[in-house]
Every structure is written in C-alpha cells, then in structure tokens.
Design a binder for this molecule. Structure first.
Ligand SMILES: [Zn+2]
Length: 466
C-alpha cells in the first residue's frame, strides 16, 4: 500500500509538507515544501536537514507559490534534491519572485545576526542562498490547469484552479496503491469566492482521501459589499482625522485586490485620498506579473477595470506611486496625512511597513488596516489583539492609531465555503484537516460532524494508508 505522511502544517498554518511513499518501492513524492513562519521554533525548524528526505524523492508537487507552501524548496535542493518540481505555470513565474525575495531576506538577516555576534566561531549561515534559488527554479516544471501529468510510479497528477492567488491549485493525484488507484485530493489553499481578480475555486467530486486546509475553519468572512463599505469608511475617517492609512499587505494577491478596489472607488468618485503609495518592490513586481498573466484571472473583474479606465492601464488608479528605491520609500515619511501606504510584510514581521508603523503608530490620526491572516507570534497579530505598546526596530511604540481588521479581503475560503467545497465530494472520502491552528480545526471538525462528515486532525508525523 502507498502511504501518506503528515510532516508539516499539522496543527499550524505554516510549514506545509506531506510525503507520499509509493507502492513497491517506486519511490517517494513530496507534496509542498513550506517555510515555517512566525513563532519561536520557526527558525530551528527551517534549519533541520532535509538530506534524508531529499534522497528518497522522485518528484515534488507544489500547490502554489506562497512561502508557507514553497519556501523551503531551495533548502531541499541545497540538501541534495535534483528531481523535478511540478507546479502550474503561474506558480512557476511567481516562484522566481517569491524565492529570490526569501533568499534576500535570509541573507540580510544572517548578515545582521553575524554582525551582532562578532565572534567568527559561531557565525550563522542562511537557510539557503541565491544559488540554491536559481537551481530550484531550473528544476521547476510548469503545467496548465486540467492537464494530466504522469509522475514516476504510475502516479497521475492534475492541477485544478484553487482561486487563491495567481497560479494556485488544488492537487488531484491518482496513486497506485494495493492494486487500485487511490484518488488523493489536496485542497492547497482555497480562495475566497467573494474576492476579486481570482476565479472561483474548482469543485471536485471524486476522491478517496481529501486533505483540506482549515485556516478559517472557525469563521465566515463578512460579505464582500459590507467589507468594501467598512474599508471605505476607514478611508474617510482617516481623511477627516488628517492621518495616513497604513496597509500591511501581502505582496501576492491581496495587494492587487486592494488596488482593484481602490481603482473602483476612485472611478466612482469615492476615494478621498489623492496619493497611494505601493511601497514594496516585490508587490510592484507581482502586480506586473498579474498584468502579464491576466489570462489566468477572472474575466468579469478585468472587464470592469478595463471599461472604467477606457482601456488605458495608466488610468486604473492615477494617484498610484510605485516606490521602488529605499530613498523613495523614506521620502514617504514627509507625507503627514492624506495618503494610503501599502507596504509589506503582510504580518508586519519585517519589510518597509515596520518603518511606517514605527513612525505613525503613535499618532491617533493614523489608521492601520489589517487585510489578511496574522499568525501567532507576529507583530501584526499583536496589533490585532489590541496591544497597547509594541516593540518595533528596537523601540517601544505606544499604539495610539486605530487598528481595523477587515477580514473580508481574505484570500482564503471561510468556514461555509470550506464546508461547501468538501461537501461536494461523492461517496464520503476520508477527510483530513491540515494547515490550520488547533481552535479553527476543532471548530471546522465539529461543523463537519454535524453534516455527517467525519474529518480527522492528523498528528505531526502520522502516516495513513492510501
Ligand atoms: Zn497561500
């Protein structure tokens, strides 16, 4: 029998990793190779050797380009993996940006740590470097949605649109096991059908085993129109108060979605701010990539944008300034009010947003808009949880700004949407909940039980028969 082993993203939302051992020693396939992010043990977990894992693998399959799913691939390659990494073409394009950025951040972090240590004897090495990233990208093989791909050991792979970010997929595998094929479907991260630019997650009907993400297993997002109203209200308040709006944004997906909404507000004459700074070189590049891969996006949303701007992309959002250089970014600090500043990182765990928060969190007129999931242990989570003061760049900053969590912009399916997705399978597959914090998973498990779907929450390292 083939088996599936839960190596990561079990009882947490990062570090996604699952190993499939094939029948008859036909090798192993790794599903995802995600970075551990946030929390005290993350760095240590990222540094664990993957050499043993790499040795047995004949293929790697990747659902999408977010680092919590793909961010340890260069480490796997550094530790010896030389085989193919299968993903969609959109993901392949995105990986170049994501992994290069990750390596750059690691390089900067380790240089900083080594400067502090001073002593040559206990210098730290980055988890991986740009050479590893280049090699990883060379090993990537891009595929279209819905096209069967033959993997070693007679395994058939099909990517299905998961509607989460550019190139995102659910992974549909037919795996020979004990004389028959076991259909294993991994949801990947499922998109929020209410969100703009992405298509709806594809519904699948046939599976023997389903691995489903459960990030928002405990709640529904607010409906799209309420979310937009809420967002608009915050923008108006900030303008009245004379402050800036800071949006810690995830470079991929959320940023493009927010720009889309800002564009629509602008063309409706409802955008009070004249200046919008996209203060993230990575988000700028990803936004260009979204434009390049527009064929993968939702046609109706693009049509609306196109018509509003009379077909001229320069008119999508005329107040938009893309600040690529550090000097341009620093110059934003001269803007005391009336601007929207979109800067990474999305969970405030690093990046240019730190400087803006450092400067503006102490002002009552500032509005911070949280638009995505904040993992435990991150600065973003502290803000969401109502911290009265926080440490930023070595200083203690009193939080006087208003913090607004606008959950409806989530790129993840909410509870009802997860229930609908998994409820669409025929013949009661075995369901396992992954990629969620324990509370969210327990809530989702209880909801599923009420619909007579028996879902299990696997233990780290647990193996199941396929
Ligand atoms: Zn994701």
């Amino acid at each position: 029998m083939a088996t599936l082993e839960f190596l990561g993203a079990v009882g947490e939302v990062t570090g996604s990793r699952y190993r499939i051992r094939l029948d008859d020693e036909a090798g192993e396939i790794l599903l995802e190779c995600g970075l551990h992010q946030g929390g005290p043990g993350a760095d240590k977990a990222n540094r664990e050797s993957l050499a043993g894992l790499a040795k047995g693998l004949s293929a790697v399959v990747l659902s999408h380009g977010h680092l919590d799913h793909a961010g340890l691939l260069p480490k796997l390659v550094r530790d010896g993996y030389r085989g193919p990494i299968h993903c969609t073409r959109g993901t392949q394009a995105l990986l170049e940006i994501m992994l290069s950025d990750a390596a750059t951040v690691m390089d900067r972090d380790t240089a900083w740590q080594n400067r502090r240590r001073g002593n040559k004897a206990d210098r730290v090495e980055p988890v991986y470097d740009m050479d590893d990233v280049v090699r990883t990208l060379q090993q990537c093989v891009g595929h279209g949605y819905g096209k069967p791909v033959e993997l070693p050991g007679g395994v058939r792979l099909v990517f299905r649109d998961a509607g989460h970010i550019l190139g995102s997929a659910s992974v549909d595998l037919a795996i020979p096991s004990g004389g028959r094929d076991c259909r294993l479907v991994f949801s990947g991260d499922l998109g929020n059908p209410d969100s703009v630019l992405m298509r709806e997650p594809e519904t699948l009907r046939d599976a023997d085993v389903v691995l489903m993400e459960s990030t928002y297993g405990d709640r529904d997002h607010r409906p799209a129109d309420e979310t937009l109203k809420e967002f608009q209200q915050v923008l108006e308040d900030a303008q009245e108060a004379g402050g800036n709006v800071l949006i810690p944004a995830f470079a991929v997906g959320r940023t493009q979605e927010i720009l889309y909404h800002l564009s629509r507000l602008y063309h409706a004459g409802k955008l009070p701010q004249q200046r919008i700074f996209l203060d993230s070189p990575m988000a700028i590049r990803v936004t260009e990539l979204y434009a390049e891969w527009r064929d993968l996006l939702d046609e109706d949303d693009l049509k609306i944008l196109h018509e509003l701007a009379d077909g001229d992309p320069a008119r999508y959002l005329p107040g938009l300034r893309r600040t690529k250089t550090v000097e341009e970014s620093q110059a934003i600090s001269r803007v005391k009010g009336g601007a929207i500043i979109i800067a990474g990182a999305g969970m405030c765990s690093g990046g240019r947003i730190l400087h803006h928060l450092h400067e503006q969190l102490g002002k009552r007129a500032t509005r911070v808009v949280i638009v995505g999931f904040q993992a435990e242990g991150t600065l973003g989570r502290q803000l969401v949880d109502g911290a009265e003061s926080v440490r930023i760049l070595g200083d203690t900053i009193d939080v006087r700004a208003s913090i607004h969590t606008i959950g409806g912009f989530s790129a993840h399916a909410g509870q009802s949407q997860l229930l609908a997705w998994v409820g669409a399978f025929r013949d009661r597959p075995r369901v396992y909940l992954v990629h969620g914090e324990p509370g969210a998973q327990a809530a989702l498990q209880a909801k599923l039980a009420a619909s007579e779907i028996d879902a299990r929450i696997p233990e780290p390292g647990e193996s199941i028969m396929l």
